[in-house]
Design a protein around this ligand. Structure first.
Ligand code: ZN
Length: 440
């Protein structure tokens, strides 16, 4: 790997701590956070010292410690600069949203929250890096039949595409990538967001203000008078929004939204609980996507390891056995999995795993810092509302039966998608079975 000549921001941060230079600590901290690709910065006080942790690729790690004596000044500085927090109020949590330019010249948005703890105030800042480009759908890691399904659903003139998500699973990125894919001069796209994270050319984006009655439901109502083709609603949380979304889809619009569930099948249960009628569901749903973000095996220190007796290897093998064998072959082909990757997994019991050690020197891997992982990759589960599924919904079939039917007919769920990516050398068992429940 060629070394890039760049400022050593971490070193500058350490120096500013040694010099108790509060102003610079903050500037360098934000810059380190952004340059390291952190999603959140935690500044937290303890009995005798304070520490700063960064969340990178979904996992927290310690960046630096500093003396407790200047913790209060650090928090006060942020409160004053934000212009939205009261520095003298230390007993209640406070929120702020600010735009900042880092020392490395990147424009970021910060969503910050202070929380009083028994040892002082803790400050957490969520970083939204505005310079990050919206990835194309093909760069998200949507592969094989899942890619065919999403392409097909985006080409429909009407219906609902739902994304389900636990926090931090990257649904924002997926929704924006879908919008970027359909963003053309011929179509009118209106979005209702909370918050608007990326401003995209060509979209009509509205920031929700529930404090003054501008809610998802009222937004949807006005969207219909805005001659829309495509509508995106950030989240469906209540019956009113759900019904409005379904009506919009019924009247010829393509609707994107998200709902808070763990799996594509569970989404049926959730929307029925919210008061949706089965016939409306059958009449409007095109596709439900569930997703997680798994950490990728570090390409620098990743090496083939035998997993012959690994219990998770047996789960994985069983999953492939339960796959319709013709569909499995098709999927392998669609994903361009090579004969070697296939044999490595099935006859040589090899998978690729990060060692965390530099293969040349045996020291800590400089690319992943010894974790064995670098970057993240989406795992996707897609449930296609085809004619069979619609009929089962109308016939009042139980939800678990609908899910079972979809799996038997080749639905790629999180586990299946993850295992194909494991075969390709991108993910390991830990990252897949962190998200997938194993039924024994
Ligand atoms: Zn590594």
């Amino acid at each position: 790997m060629p070394e890039k000549p760049q400022q050593n921001w971490k070193e500058l941060l350490n120096q500013s701590i040694l010099q108790s230079d509060i102003v610079r600590i903050f500037d360098y901290l934000l810059t380190v956070g952004v340059e390291e690709g952190a999603s959140d910065i935690h500044i937290e006080p303890f009995e005798n010292y304070c520490r700063i942790r960064l969340r990178i690729d979904g996992v927290l790690s310690e960046l630096v410690q500093y003396p407790k004596s200047f913790h209060e000044s650090i928090i006060s500085k942020f409160k004053i600069e934000s212009g939205q927090m009261r520095p003298d109020e230390k007993r209640l949590p406070q929120d702020a949203r600010v735009s900042v330019i880092t020392q490395s010249n990147k424009e970021i948005d910060l969503r910050a929250n202070t929380l009083p703890t028994v040892r002082g105030e803790k400050l957490v800042m969520r970083i939204v890096d505005k310079s990050k480009k919206i990835p194309l759908l093909k760069d998200l890691g949507i592969e094989g039949e899942n890619m065919n399904l999403i392409r097909q659903s985006l080409a429909y003139p009407n219906g609902i595409i739902l994304n389900t998500w636990p926090t931090g699973s990257g649904k924002t990125t997926t929704l924006y990538s879908c919008l970027a894919d359909v963003n053309k001069i011929e179509v009118n796209i209106t979005t209702f967001e909370d918050p608007v994270e990326n401003k995209m050319f060509g979209l009509n984006q509205s920031q929700m203000r529930s404090d003054i009655g501008f809610t998802f439901a009222s937004g949807l109502r006005s969207a219909l008078r805005q001659d829309p083709d495509i509508i995106m609603i950030w989240e469906i949380r209540d019956q009113e929004t759900l019904e409005m979304a379904m009506e919009s889809a019924m009247t010829g619009h393509l609707v994107f939204s998200t709902v808070h569930t763990n799996s594509a099948v569970e989404t049926i249960t959730r929307v029925l609980q919210m008061g949706a009628e089965r016939y409306m569901l059958a009449g409007t749903f095109n596709l439900v996507i569930a997703q997680r973000l798994g950490r990728k095996v570090c390409s620098h220190c990743g090496t083939k390891v035998s997993v012959k007796d690994h219990p998770q290897y047996n789960y994985a093998k069983r999953t492939f056995q339960n796959f319709d064998q013709d569909l499995l072959k098709q999927e392998i082909k669609l994903r361009k999995i090579t004969q070697e990757q296939w044999s490595d997994f099935f006859s040589r019991w090899y998978i690729t795993s990060g060692t965390g050690k530099d293969p040349a020197t045996g020291k800590i891997c400089p690319v992943c810092g010894g974790t064995g992982y670098k970057g993240r990759m989406g795992l996707y589960e897609m449930m296609n509302y085809n004619e069979d599924i619609k009929k089962m919904l109308l016939d009042n079939k139980p939800v678990f039966e609908i899910g079972k039917y979809a799996m038997q007919h080749g639905m790629i769920d999180l586990e299946r998608d993850g295992l194909f990516k494991l075969m390709q050398g991108h993910l390991d068992f830990n990252e897949i079975y962190r998200f997938v429940k194993i039924e024994k």
